[in-house]
Design a protein around this ligand. Sequence first.
Ligand SMILES: Nc1nc2c(c(=O)[nH]1)N[C@@H](CN(C=O)c1ccc(C(=O)N[C@@H](CCC(=O)O)C(=O)O)cc1)CN2
Length: 279
Amino acid sequence: MIIDGKQVAAQVRAEVAAAVKELEARGRTPGLTVVRVGDDPASAVYVRGKRKACEEVGIRSVEHHLPATTSQAELLALVRQLNADPSVDGILVQLPLPKGLDESEILDAIDPGKDVDGFHPLNVGALCLGKPAPRPCTPHGVMRLLAEAGCDPKGKRALVIGRSHIVGKPMALMLLEKHATVTIAHSRTADLAAEVARADIVVAAIGKAEMIRGEWVKPGAVVIDVGMNRKPDGKLCGDVEYAAAAERAAAITPVPGGVGPMTIAMLLVNTVELARTRT
Ligand SMILES: Nc1nc2c(c(=O)[nH]1)N[C@@H](CN(C=O)c1ccc(C(=O)N[C@@H](CCC(=O)O)C(=O)O)cc1)CN2
């Protein structure tokens, strides 16, 4: 089975549009503000996608596009200004930031009540403790894809490959919350093939083109590919050898059209949730 992220994302967007209508009936239009610094072409594409998705579901979106020469102090000042602005429900600083800017200090400065990405230490702590808080969009989207594929993580061996703050670590916590037995693999893992071979659920988020060999996948496993890599021929591919893995997996996400569209859909979910909380 191919897990169609575009289709699930469309379903999520329809749910968000209905939730926005309800809020509007109460005189409240949710608002997302995106901060983009510099001219990274991929970031420009993602931010455009975020704004278009907001527009489609009725979320008000504003973009602050700052030059790559922006200083740490200037960026911090903008974040603080947005924190104080009552018309802003969600603040998102598009990553990566240009070299020289301290990403962690910027993310920590976002009001945790407006942290639509769920990257603030307080929200990460809340996730750790199983308390309600905005969940990082990509792993949040993966959980929805698993549910749509009929995969309940309870009691299953889940392998998360990658330990980033944005995907790997929160992913592991969300799977743990759903009672999976979770392993996190990374660049120093001794025998990755053996880890993959015993996993019922594999979430690959390492950023290395087709590094996870199809033949490693346990027959009947569910494979979620978070990777997005550009091949020399210009085509996109994931972290998993798709065709070979699809022969063994019970369900698998493609790249593109798998996890990517869910990242934007769950951002909309988080924005509406923050607006509700602040109402
Ligand atoms: N502040 C944040 N920055 C970044 C995040 C994030 O969640 N918050 N995630 C990524 C980039 N990202 C969203 O920002 C993102 C990545 C990929 C996609 C997507 O839809 N991909 C498509 C393919 C797109 C293409 O053809 O190039 C797919 O997989 O089908 C959406 C959003 C890093 N930064």
